[in-house]
Design a protein around this ligand. Structure first.
Ligand code: SAM
Length: 341
């Protein structure tokens, strides 16, 4: 029996942050100089993640995505991928990465059973990359992306956060680049999530504006109908057949179809990217809770789920950063890089 929340949304999708550490400092995610890191002894071991995933699979989850922080910083990530890929009920197993370490790891990840990767890529210009991420690593990212098809991985996506005056003149370049990889490019509206302390409405390039920019360059842009889809991206087709996506979480949220929840590297479970409170699963797990006990905790939480975080943000007047810095310092779980993007 699928598990429904208050609005009838089914639990299907689990995003697991395997580390809160990152090797970039993107302006829209980690703009501060200093961060509070999760204590190492609290980070879930692979066996603990695997045990929790079994419970989520019992409850209907079929898609698992490893993220972070930067997931490829987690030592021996392919070993975790292998444990998860060996579970037949995991229908879709993906990693979201910034690509810096991908050239070294793509083959091992594929051999461990990974199904596909999404690489975050906001610019193709080295000088911009350096300003945006505060690291000089575009060449490594491009080498990482090149390694993906060589490793035999397909279904690759490239995710671009579009920011006004930062990279909104590169949308067509990114689409052209995606064609060559090959990978489907998805443009993400800049979101006011926890950690995006420099967010402002003026910097958001909306779905409508993205479509307008691409329409002017390519001509007619057609929506790709996908009835019943719960994916966050709406897909569009250019006249030459190239498909791209837009994730309009800021101006046209997909809360009504959201089937995702998130597990942090230290075992906190969140029902919404914007949620301020989560459920501790590490504590009960380490105290020896049974699989049934954990299932009861998770299913009860999901049944009570009434989160519509992005829609609430859309309705907010005087919209600004979700959480102020002082509160982020006290509770790093509110940070996007801890929550798992
Ligand atoms: N380090 C990995 C990566 O870069 O893909 C995984 C974690 S990162 C937090 C996951 C995704 O969240 C990235 O695609 C990133 O661009 C996106 N992200 C972070 N902050 C965002 C924001 N304020 N608005 C929209 N997307 C954001």
């Amino acid at each position: 029996m699928p598990l429904h929340d208050v609005y009838g949304r089914i639990l299907r999708n689990l995003r697991i942050s395997v580390t809160d550490r990152c090797n970039l400092r993107c302006q829209y995610c980690m703009p501060e100089e200093h961060y509070e890191w999760l204590p190492r002894q609290e980070i879930l071991k692979f066996e603990e993640i695997s045990a929790l995933v079994d419970v989520f699979l019992d409850l209907g989850v079929e898609k698992v995505r490893l993220t972070g922080g930067e997931p490829l910083l987690r030592r021996d990530l392919p070993a975790l991928v292998r444990q998860l890929a060996d579970k037949p009920r995991v229908r879709d197993l993906a990693v979201t990465t910034n690509g810096i370490l991908l050239a070294d790891q793509a083959l091992a990840l594929r051999q461990a059973g990974l199904h596909r990767v999404t690489v975050s890529l906001d610019t193709l210009r080295a000088d911009r990359f350096k300003v945006l991420t505060r690291r000089d690593a575009l060449d490594q990212v491009l080498a990482g992306i090149a390694a993906v098809p060589r490793a035999g991985l397909t279904g690759t996506k490239l995710d671009t956060v579009v920011m006004r005056g930062v990279n909104d003149d590169e949308l067509a370049d990114l689409i052209e680049f995606g064609r060559k990889v090959p990978a489907e490019v998805r443009f993400i509206e800049y979101m006011d999530v926890g950690g995006a302390t420099r967010w402002s409405r003026d910097t958001v390039v909306s779905r409508a504006q993205i479509l307008d920019l691409l329409g002017r360059r390519y001509g007619r842009v057609e929506p790709v109908p996908e009835p019943g889809s719960t994916a966050p991206a709406e897909r569009f087709r250019l006249p030459d057949g190239t498909v791209f996506g837009i994730i309009a979480s800021t101006t046209a949220p997909f809360c009504a179809a959201c089937d995702r929840s998130r597990l942090t590297a230290d075992g906190m479970w969140y029902l919404c990217l914007y949620a301020l409170e989560g459920t501790d699963l590490r504590g009960p797990l380490r105290r020896g809770a049974s699989r049934e006990g954990l299932a009861a905790l998770i299913s009860g939480g999901w049944r009570r789920r009434a989160d519509r975080g992005a829609e609430e943000r859309l309705a907010a007047r005087d919209r600004g950063p979700l959480v102020q810095i002082a509160r982020l310092k006290k509770d790093p779980h509110l940070e996007m890089h801890t929550r798992g993007g």
